[in-house]
Ligand binder design. Structure first.
Ligand SMILES: [Zn+2]
Length: 701
């Protein structure tokens, strides 16, 4: 999941704002949404509305902050903390809409606005978080907290907000603060450039095939999709393959032509490393050095120590040790997988050692040999709509919630579907948007985000607008969209984040839904477990032509094959996690060669050359463009939690155990931010999480 880029302010903005003042009354972003469920009126929002909306929203936010600062009364929880907690609503709304559309509908105009606004937003945020008079007030309330008669939630909100300011540099000297602001502004711009370069690299690489013989082995649907991509690229009659997942993965899995597999994989793994205008290496040097400098200013030895201090893991050392415990057995399994694949290759007449781009092809053969399972056997049972209905079914069985399709909600693209989510008693919970198909201009991957988070205004509840965005294949003619197993579980995963969004509650925005980075993937990853349960597959995995449910034998094969290729999967993921940590535990500004650093980091851990890190540095968006710096490990960390949590359902003998589901909803999804994450987990589970269920699930124990 990608987290929404949140708001940030400046005095400069105010004067700029007035120049755009005359547009304001006609700007749909600045008027109340007169729509069903106050959803954004996408049909009315035009690109030119964003800039004046940002400027006005920052101005309003600044006015709210100034009112707190200039309040003549002594600062207290209500007039300072609650006022701060409730400030910036308009800016949050404008930012949510803009940045979500930037990811889903990127255009040169949107990118230009982002590049112009980002420094202003960062400065805006910095000006608030480093405001000395504001911090004085917060500190006064904080210092009095023992005697203020606050309840635990109010106390936690106060402590969190106080920490936000300290972590941002509120305790720094004036000259340190101004350096910190420069760093933040530079980082914001650099990360936007990084992301933009990747999009350009993806759009800039095409492997054009003009001989059908070169596509031998590839399923017909992938050949058809490549023909469609060729038409879009002005190469009608040929086939085009790109570094997008829906294109390169099937090609590497199935195409017999080894040279072309290598060529396409290179197009994928060289992104941002082509020594052209889109090269990301210089940006990485600058970003890691700036992050180190910022961490040092705040009294941390490195960026990772700063980031992880707020997480469940607490220190980089704990994360290294955790990754190591899994790395060692996983690398051993991966080497066994390679040896088994080499054997198959040799038996087919390949007389050279396998290389990295061969892994998918021979893994597929190994899967067939060992588990007698061919991915193409499963796909007919994974029609997109059926998978979606399957996840709705699971949510209904667990939580009693229902989904009603809406056709009266404004959409930013015709690909998007909307649902009203209702609680077990029929009351309104949320609006849910799903944007399935891959498009030019959409960022890669899949994510869950919100156009509006749950909040309370006095006694009134404002309900969330949650959105899931994927890059599934586009429908081709009348043919239904069939998902791969990976795509089906991705949909369940993102839906898990969406459930977190639907269920989040709390009087204070700062702590509502606030769980640390290394727990935030628990709600999502636990849903993947249900996707693969035989009992659940029997409900949703129906053949797209006959409607017959997946035969028991095939379900058994699918379940058995869950141990397939696990060595590779864990190693390529952990390699990227380690690379991320290495980049962010540097203690000197980095001016050396990026690729050399990467190679050394991998050699040190004994990574075999047949496996590349899942993300190489130059296209590692999570850490250089997505807010997951020193945090890529969190998915694996959360896997301990999700394996242990799902085990509770299994052990109870009922995967839909409603008592457990109610506890999971309350302590993790609704109130996860109300206390220390470990305490909340124990309230759900009755004990701290054990690593054993993960090791067993992954075949490492
Ligand atoms: Zn996620």
């Amino acid at each position: 999941m990608k987290n929404l880029i949140l708001c940030a302010l400046s005095i400069v903005v105010l004067s700029a704002c007035n120049q755009n003042g005359n547009n304001m009354t006609n700007n749909p972003l600045l008027t109340e949404f007169n729509t069903p469920f106050q959803t954004p009126p996408f049909d009315l929002i035009k690109t030119e509305h964003y800039k004046p909306a940002f400027l006005e929203a920052m101005k309003q936010h600044r006015t709210e902050i100034d009112a707190i600062i200039n309040n003549p009364q002594d600062p207290d929880f209500e007039n300072c903390i609650v006022a701060l907690d409730h400030s910036g609503t308009l800016l949050h709304s404008v930012s949510s809409i803009f940045f979500n559309l930037l990811e889903a509908e990127r255009s040169d105009e949107m990118q230009a606005i982002a590049m112009e606004m980002m420094p202003l937003l960062t400065a805006h945020s910095d000006n608030i978080l480093m405001s000395a008079p504001l911090f004085e007030k917060i500190k006064a309330v904080y210092n009095q907290r023992e005697n203020a008669g606050l309840d635990p939630l109010a106390t936690r909100t106060l402590e969190k907000l106080y920490q936000d300011f300290v972590r941002k540099g509120a305790n720094l000297t004036e000259s340190e603060k101004s350096r910190m602001m420069e760093i933040n502004t530079q980082l914001a711009t650099l990360s936007l450039q990084f992301g933009d370069n990747i999009v350009k690299e993806i759009n800039g690489f095409k492997m054009i095939v003009d001989n059908l013989d070169d596509l031998k082995g590839l399923p017909q649907e992938n050949i058809d999709a490549a023909a469609q991509d060729a038409i879009a690229a002005g190469e009608e009659g040929k086939w085009v393959f790109t570094p997008k997942k829906t294109s390169w993965i099937p090609f590497l899995q199935y195409a017999q032509n080894r040279e072309l597999r290598e060529q396409l994989y290179k197009g994928y793994h060289q992104r941002g490393d082509n020594n052209n205008d889109n090269d990301n290496k210089a940006l990485i040097q600058k970003m890691v050095s700036l992050r180190l400098e910022a961490a040092n200013l705040l009294g941390f030895p490195n960026h990772a120590a700063y980031v992880i201090d707020e997480n469940m893991a607490k220190t980089p050392e704990n994360v290294y040790a955790f990754l190591e415990r899994i790395w060692v057995p996983a690398l051993k399994v991966a080497k066994n997988e390679l040896a088994a694949m080499q054997k198959i290759a040799n038996s087919e007449g390949v007389d050279s050692p396998l290389i990295a781009s061969d892994w998918w092809y021979y893994a597929e053969k190994l899967r067939k040999q060992k588990y007698d399972l061919d991915e193409s056997e499963i796909k007919p049972y994974l029609q997109l709509e059926n998978v979606r209905d399957g996840m709705f079914y699971v949510a209904n069985k667990l939580y009693g919630i229902t989904f009603e399709k809406r056709t009266d909600i404004s959409l930013y693209h015709t690909d998007v579907e909307t649902y009203e989510v209702k609680d077990v008693d029929g009351s309104h919970l949320a609006i849910f948007y799903i944007d399935y198909a891959t498009r030019a201009g959409k960022s890669a991957g899949a994510w869950c985000t919100e156009f509006r988070s749950y909040r309370k205004e006095g006694e009134q509840e404002i309900f969330p607008l949650v959105s899931v965005v994927c890059n599934f294949p586009r429908p081709f003619g009348d043919a239904p969209v069939l998902l791969s197993w990976d795509e089906a579980t991705t949909l369940f995963h993102e839906f898990g984040h969406a459930l977190h969004g639907f269920f989040t509650r709390g009087d204070y925005r700062r702590i509502a839904g606030d769980i640390p980075r290394d727990m935030v993937e628990l709600p999502s990853q636990i849903m993947e477990n249900w996707a693969g349960e035989p009992q659940v597959l029997q409900v949703y995995a129906k053949h797209f032509q006959t409607g017959v449910v997946m035969p028991e034998a095939l379900i058994k094969k699918l379940v058995n094959s869950s141990l397939f290729n696990q060595g590779f999967m864990i190693v390529e993921y952990n390699a990227s996690s380690l690379l991320d940590l290495d980049w962010h535990t540097i203690t000197q500004p980095f001016t050396k060669d990026v690729n050399e650093f990467e190679q050394k980091a991998m050699d040190k851990k004994g990574l075999i050359k047949e496996i590349l890190p899942r993300y190489r540095s130059t296209y590692f968006s999570h850490i250089f463009d997505g807010g997951y710096s020193a945090g890529y490990y969190v998915y694996r960390w959360a896997e301990v939690l999700d394996a242990d949590a799902f085990n509770a359902f299994k052990q109870s003998g009922d995967i839909y155990n409603q008592e457990l589901a109610a506890k999971f909803r309350k302590y993790i999804l609704a109130e996860g931010g109300f206390d220390d994450p470990m305490e909340q987990y124990k309230r759900f589970r009755g004990a701290a999480p054990s690593e054993t269920p993960l090791l067993v699930k992954r075949g490492l124990q």
